[in-house]
Every structure is written in C-alpha cells, then in structure tokens.
Design a protein around this ligand. Structure first.
Ligand code: FES
Ligand SMILES: [Fe+2]
Length: 364
C-alpha cells in the first residue's frame, strides 16, 4: 500500500495569522506617550497610547470612517479621533460622538478593538493581539545585581521574523557567518545536550568555542583567546529568543533577549537586548558591546537579506536537516503546532512532536 502523502504546510511569514496568539515586543516603553503612536504587527496597524500612565493598544482604525486613531490625540484622559472627534475610554468603549450631541445610545459597534493584552517589560512594550499560548519570555539577568542592561541599535530588515529567530537558534553557522567577530573554526561541530520541548518552549544547552575579545587577561597572555562557552537557547511560540552565554574561564555571563517584531511582509523590527556582568557600568564597555552586537547582527543579515523568499518552511521536506539542526527542527515543529491549532484540518496532518521525521538525517 503506498503511503498517504501529507499536504505541505504553508511557509510562515510576517503576516501568518496564527502568530496573533503570541506576545510581540513592538517598541520602547518611553516612545509610548499621550501622543498616539502607530505600530505595525502581523500586517495590521495598531495604535499605542498612554492613558492614566497605562499603555493601551487598539487596532488603529476608528469604527466611524476607519481613520487611523494614531492621528488623533488624548483629550481629558480619553483618546479622541482626529477626524470627527469621537472619544474612547481606556477600555476602548466609545464615550461620545460630538457631531450628534449628547445621547444615551452609543452602539457597541462604535467601540474600539483592543489587543488581548499589552504590557511593559524590559523597557519594551509587548502586544498580544489574541490570547497568547505562552507568557513573554523570562529575562532574569535584566535588572539583576551586577548586570548592565544594554540596548543594541534597533533595526528594520526585510527578513521575516521567523527567519531571524531560526538563525538565532542555529548553532552551526558561527565559524562561517561570524568569522569576523566571535566565530572560530573550533566551533564547526555542534554537540548539544539534547533538545527539550516544554509546552510551548524548546530549549537546548551545548558547549562550543568562542573568540573572547572581552576577557582582559587575553591581552596579557594569561588566558587563551579562544575559550569554551556554555550556551542555553530557548525558543517559544513567539518570535523572541532567550540566549545565555556562560564563560567558564572568566566565570562571567552575557544574556540576550532577541525580539523580532513581525511588522508586515517585508519589514521586521529587531530589538536586541543584552545583559552582562563583566562591564561594571563602564561606558566604554557598554558602547563596545553595542558596536559588537550590531556587527554580529549585520553579519547575519548579510546572509539572510540575500534570500529571495522571506519565509520559513514548516514542511520539513522543503529543506535538508542534520543532527546539528535539531533545535531548528524542534522549533519548526512547535510553530507547526501553533499553525495547526489555528487550522484544525492542518493539525490532523502534522507530524507528531518528538517523532523522528524521515526528512531529518542522522548524519552530521
Ligand atoms: S473617522 Fe473617527 S470620528 Fe469619524
Ligand atoms: Fe548569527
């Protein structure tokens, strides 16, 4: 009996609706004030505004004539549309329609559509358009004693958020893409300690080699420049990755929260945060960290922006996978489950999580 062919899962891009069920870091906390601000997420415009100190997020479309509310203003503590003056309370309820005067009858259809959730964390504003499958990622080093909290340069790129996250989870590109920074040929082979799927999170730990320019004892010859490095990587049902780098030679830690906001197809906003405990508040070290991390991202973008298709394939048969790609495969399967939840018919066709797939070879 010939096997039943599975339908191909569609590739994921910056407008895949299933990713509405996730927290997305969209902008900095200080950029949200009482001047309404438009941001894009998953192909849809949102308006962010601070009312009574709290950040609120609504679909950026007035129910009346669909004008963007981001050209409105805050007036007496409520959001006012800039076109005909309708006003909206903090929960999105329409509170007045000046052109018709005082009335007791304001229809529910005149209310705004709020995000399921909006919150501030790590100096960023996060939106969940619909009920998220998992909470925003933990970033325990951010604000912890002894750690400097550093924002790199936030950039926009045409690369999709899924491709950026996949690249950040990838373990085997360091010696080739990052030859000019931390990559070393000794890191060519990947030996992870296994992949763990924990609900809507995938994680792995592995050790590799790193060209440590930050260790002051390298310059004095007391330490080798190429040092071991212990990595913890966590991906989830979102476009944010948590990475913790431990350096056994120096006993220091550098942690990164890599947040990719899928604005729309052709535009991803990359917000990369770094926390490290070896910079001791030094302005010079902090400035160097930003330069270094910007350079590392630029090295990745040099490859990723050369792709002709800005998508990530969830159908495992579209690419060739090896055991060095196990975390990437696990994350693709997790995303396939996210998409499957939104499409019951596709869900029944998905390969089960944890079951070996013929598309994954076992050779290195
Ligand atoms: S379009 Fe907003 S009040 Fe008319
Ligand atoms: Fe990279």
């Amino acid at each position: 009996m010939s096997p039943v062919a599975r339908p191909a899962l569609p590739p994921i891009d910056n407008e895949t609706p299933a990713l509405r069920r996730a927290w997305h870091a969209v902008t900095t906390a200080e950029s949200v004030t009482d001047a309404p601000l438009q941001v894009w997420l998953l192909g849809e415009p949102w308006v962010l505004v601070r009312l009574d100190g709290e950040v609120r997020a609504f679909v950026d479309r007035c129910p009346h004539r669909l004008a963007p509310l981001s050209v409105g203003r805050v007036c007496d503590g409520v959001l006012q549309c800039g076109y005909h003056g309708w006003t909206f309370a903090a929960d999105g309820t329409c509170t007045s329609m000046p052109p018709i005067g005082a009335t007791d009858h304001l229809p529910a259809r005149a209310d705004l559509t709020p995000a399921w959730g909006v919150q501030e964390a790590y100096g960023l504003v996060w939106i969940a358009p619909e009920e998220p499958l998992c909470p925003p990622p933990d970033f325990p080093e951010w604000g912890a004693d002894g750690f400097d909290c550093i924002r790199t340069t936030f950039v926009r790129t045409p690369v999709s958020a899924a491709q950026l996250v996949d690249n950040f989870l990838d373990a085997s590109h360091f010696p080739y893409v990052h030859e000019g920074t931390f990559g070393d040929p000794k890191a060519a082979e990947v030996h992870d300690d296994g992949i763990e799927r924990d609900g809507w999170v995938v994680r792995t730990m592995f050790s590799t080699w790193y060209r440590n320019y930050d260790d002051p004892l390298v310059a004095t010859g007391e330490h080798e420049a190429v040092q071991p490095q212990d990595l913890l990587k966590e991906g989830s049902a979102s476009f944010t990755v948590y990475l913790r780098l431990g350096f056994p030679v120096t006993g220091k830690t550098l942690a990164i929260l890599f947040c990719c906001s899928p604005e729309r197809n052709g535009s991803t906003h990359v917000l990369k945060l770094v926390a490290r405990d070896d910079s001791y508040g030094s302005e010079e070290m902090i400035a160097k960290t930003i330069v270094d991390e910007d350079l590392i991202l630029a090295e990745d973008l040099r490859v990723l922006e050369a792709y002709t298709e800005m998508v990530l394939h969830l159908d495992l048969r579209a690419e060739v996978h090896t055991k060095a790609d196990r975390l990437s495969v696990a994350w693709r399967r997790l995303l396939a489950d996210v998409v499957g939840l939104a499409d019951e018919q596709v869900a029944t066709e998905l390969p089960e999580v944890g079951v070996p797939d013929p598309a994954v070879t076992t050779t290195g």
